[in-house]
Design a protein around this ligand. Structure first.
Ligand SMILES: CC(C)(COP(=O)(O)OP(=O)(O)OC[C@H]1O[C@@H](n2cnc3c(N)ncnc32)[C@H](O)[C@@H]1OP(=O)(O)O)[C@@H](O)C(=O)NCCC(=O)NCCS
Length: 157
């Protein structure tokens, strides 16, 4: 099950704990107060299993049309089961429902293949963020939407 959680709510704190455990502690870093202040106006989406948050991500508006996807984290013992894919798909539907047309992100080099499978494309060169290699990626959420109409029309319906 997926839901949006509100900035500052109990569920947001639970997601923060997961983000810290998955994305910062392994690098010997902490989530900065400034970083969290900056996400007051972001959308916080989470995936639930047995009343616990097993994955989360942040969608930060960059403009009326574009969101930046940040901080995707899946609990370690839930990886490889499609949880990340399902949450990103949910985020894309959520984005379209809120009239956004594009998602951009900074992908860790180790997660490039995951995003590529979901249709995100690399732009530019590798750069360093939170001490590790990243790539800028982008996905046009409207690309391919029209193509879905082709099958029924092609079948003569
Ligand atoms: C990267 C991450 C979000 C993937 O989540 P997940 O739930 O394990 O991934 P899924 O099970 O939904 O995988 C979906 C597909 O992507 C593939 N995939 C998953 N992780 C991958 C990776 N790191 N590299 C390449 N492919 C990957 C899976 O094999 C699967 O392929 P399939 O559809 O052909 O079976 C998760 O491993 C994670 O939280 N990693 C640590 C934090 C991180 O790196 N976050 C991203 C920061 S940019």
């Amino acid at each position: 099950m997926f839901t949006q959680v509100q900035y500052g709510a109990k569920e947001y704190d639970e997601a923060l704990a997961l983000r810290s455990e998955v994305l910062r502690a392994p690098l010997g870093l902490e989530l900065g107060r400034e970083e969290l202040d900056d996400e007051k106006d972001s959308f916080h989406l989470v995936s639930w299993r047995d009343n616990a948050i097993v994955a989360c991500l942040v969608l930060m508006p960059q403009s009326k049309k574009q969101l930046k996807m940040r901080q995707l984290a899946v609990r370690e013992n839930c990886r490889g089961e499609g949880v990340g894919h399902a949450l990103v798909s949910y985020a894309e539907s959520f984005a379209l429902d809120h009239s956004y047309k594009e998602i951009v992100l900074h992908a860790r080099e180790t997660a490039l293949g995951f995003y590529e499978k979901m249709g995100y494309e690399v732009e530019g060169e590798c750069f360093i963020e939170v001490t590790i290699p990243h790539f800028f990626m982008r996905k046009n959420l409207l690309k391919g939407e029209g193509m879905q109409l082709k099958t029924p029309l092609g079948n003569g319906h």
